[in-house]
Every structure is written in structure tokens, then in C-alpha cells.
Design a protein around this ligand. Structure first.
Ligand code: ATP
Length: 319
């Protein structure tokens, strides 16, 4: 094996660049060449592929987003399109590929693998919703961004004795909501994995007010409903001086935290090692601070499990 391709696909996540850097440098360290593929599977098909050297990857470890860009390209689900993608890889002499992205990107990577082209997946998504990994690249940065914003909202909530419903990202997974809720001492956390009772939430706010806590924060994952919708549901239960705020895409950007940089560096270097061992069809994860691999196929049959112990902590501390 001489040449490794690397692409970022699906939604961008802080730390993707750190992974690109790690793959590039590890490849060079091992006497291999790295090739960047721009715009995910769309760029693969278009042949938007270039030799990426360790010099190109200088100074990118601290940058959010992805220097390889990302794109949605649903056409890659069609077999003739996949075969054309493989033709492009062969044209550039690329022997194997690393794909950083979410669940959808893993499907694309697995298709390449099924056509005899070794592909390894790295979990790059802020939602932390990939099975068999404790953390995905980008989650920690998004979490810290959310916490910083909620701290600011708490200042204004306290000054005006208001309750903020804060909508954070997480379509299927409540990880950002749960972690941000605990870290920002929220009065309640609402996640897609757990049913909620609006009246119980209202009662919590009322008893907090009765104890003298005159402001509140409720952290809501976007997969449940919008902050405005949740505020509307709460309104009939009392005068909580409600305000609804959606943090939105600010959570996707920004310089990655040290945790995400280290995670991405470890995973990127490991992926190169796996390809050098002739392995493919694997998704890299981290469990109990050890790098692990699982067959991508097994991932599709599984679901990321919410950490219900953490959910309980959130509830127990916000009575
Ligand atoms: P995020 O979780 O941030 O949305 P993702 O990787 O799941 O990231 P998707 O848009 O679902 O994002 O997928 C990224 C790309 O992977 C798609 O645009 C498409 O090119 C490719 N892809 C998705 N599903 C498949 C599939 N079933 N077969 C082949 N390729 C796929």
C-alpha cells in the first residue's frame, strides 16, 4: 500500500481537521502518501483529489470546520456511482481510504469496502450519536460552546428573573443536552430518548421559585421539539417569564477543544495503522479511553444508547 485517501463527509464537526492532519502525518511517517478528497463523496466522483502533505496540514489542528469541505451527495447510494468513485481512486493510485463523518458517511465507506476497496470510518459528528464509541470527534467542542452560551443566558435570566428554554443540537441523541444541562446546572433536561411530562417540568420550576430561585434554565434537545414549542407547552402552567432560545449552528463551529484534538489525532493515526494491516470495513471508536474497532455492519444494527446514569444525575441535582 502506497497511497491513502482521506475525506470528510456529512455535517462538519470541530476536530475533523485534526484528524486530517493526523492521517497525513502518520502516513508520511510510515513512508506513505496521503491524498485529500474534497467535498466528500461528491468530490470523489468529480475527481477533486489532491496530494496533501504534512506542510499542507500545518496549522490546521486548531481550526474548526474542515479544510476538505463537506457535501451531501445522496447519489452515492447508487452502485454505478460507487463504481465510478472507485475508478477515480484508482486513477490517482489510491489504495485505501479513511472517511470521517457520521452514520451516512459510514454507509458510503462500507459500499467502497464491499467493492473490494479498504475503507475505515472515523466518527466525526457533534451529536455523539454513533454506536460503540463513548465520544465522537466534535462533541466536546460543541458541548463547551453550548455551556458557554448557557452561562451567558443564565446571567440575563438572573437579572430579569426569567426562565430560558435553550434548544441545543441533537436530532436523535440527547448527549449535548444532557452534558450541557449538568454542566450548566439546568433546572431540567429534555432529551429524545426519554419521555417528558410538561406538568412535572412546570412543578419543578414552581418549587424552585418557592425556594427562592427566581430564574431557570431548561435545556432541550432539538430532536424533541423547538424551544418555542416547548415554551408554549409550559405557558399554561404558570408565569415563568419564559424566553426561548435556539443555539443553532454556533455549536458546529469554533476551534476544537484539546480533548477533540487529541481524540482526532489518536483516531487518525490508528486508522492509518489499520489500513497498513490490510484491514477495512471497520469503524474506529473509543471505549474506556482505549481505541477500538467494530464492523461497520454491526453499527447499522445498533443504536447509540443514552447514558441514563447521567440523565439521573441531571434529574437528581435539579429537583
Ligand atoms: P451527520 O450525522 O452529520 O448528518 P452523516 O455522515 O450521517 O453525518 P449524511 O448526509 O447522512 O451525513 O451522509 C453523508 C454522505 O454519505 C451522503 O451525502 C452520501 O454521499 C453518503 N451516504 C449516505 N448514505 C449512504 C448510503 N446508504 N449509501 C452510500 N452512500 C451514502
Amino acid at each position: 500500500m502506497k497511497r491513502i485517501g482521506i475525506m470528510t463527509s456529512g455535517g462538519d464537526a470541530p476536530g475533523m481537521n485534526a484528524a486530517v492532519r493526523a492521517v497525513t502525518r502518520k502516513a508520511e511517517h510510515e513512508g506513505l502518501e496521503a491524498y485529500g478528497i474534497n467535498y466528500g463523496f461528491a468530490g470523489l466522483l468529480a475527481g477533486d483529489i489532491f496530494r496533501i502533505s504534512s506542510v499542507d496540514s500545518d496549522d490546521i489542528i486548531s481550526r474548526g470546520g474542515t479544510i476538505l469541505y463537506s457535501a451531501r451527495f445522496p447519489e452515492f447510494a447508487e452502485e454505478p456511482v460507487q463504481l465510478k468513485g472507485i475508478e477515480q481512486l484508482k486513477k490517482f493510485g489510491i489504495d485505501a481510504i479513511i472517511v470521517i463523518g457520521g452514520d451516512g458517511s459510514y454507509h458510503g465507506a462500507l459500499r467502497l469496502n464491499e467493492h473490494g476497496f479498504n475503507a475505515i470510518g472515523l466518527p466525526g459528528t457533534i451529536d455523539n450519536d454513533i454506536p460503540f464509541t463513548d465520544f465522537t470527534i466534535g462533541f466536546d467542542t460543541a458541548l463547551n460552546t453550548a455551556v458557554e452560551s448557557i452561562d451567558k443566558l443564565r446571567d440575563t435570566a438572573a437579572s430579569h428573573e426569567r426562565t430560558f428554554v435553550v434548544e441545543v443540537m441533537g436530532r436523535n441523541a440527547g448527549d449535548i443536552a444532557m452534558w450541557a444541562g449538568v454542566a450548566s446546572a439546568a433546572e431540567d433536561v429534555i432529551i429524545p430518548e426519554k419521555d417528558f411530562d410538561v406538568e412535572a417540568v412546570a412543578n419543578k420550576l414552581k418549587s424552585a421559585r418557592a425556594r427562592g430561585e427566581k430564574h431557570g434554565i431548561i435545556v432541550l434537545a432539538e430532536g424533541v421539539m423547538t424551544a418555542a414549542e416547548f415554551a408554549d407547552k409550559l405557558k399554561p402552567y404558570g408565569d415563568f417569564q419564559l424566553r426561548a432560545t435556539t443555539l443553532g449552528h454556533t455549536q458546529r463551529g469554533g476551534s476544537p477543544t484539546a480533548f477533540d484534538r487529541v481524540l482526532a489525532s489518536r483516531m487518525g493515526a490508528y486508522a492509518v495503522e489499520l489500513l497498513m494491516q490490510g484491514k477495512g470495513g471497520l469503524a474506529v471508536g473509543i471505549q474506556n479511553n482505549k481505541l477500538v474497532t467494530h464492523n461497520m455492519l454491526d453499527l447499522f444494527d445498533s443504536k447509540h444508547e443514552a447514558d441514563m446514569d447521567l440523565y439521573k444525575v441531571a434529574q437528581d441535582l435539579a429537583f
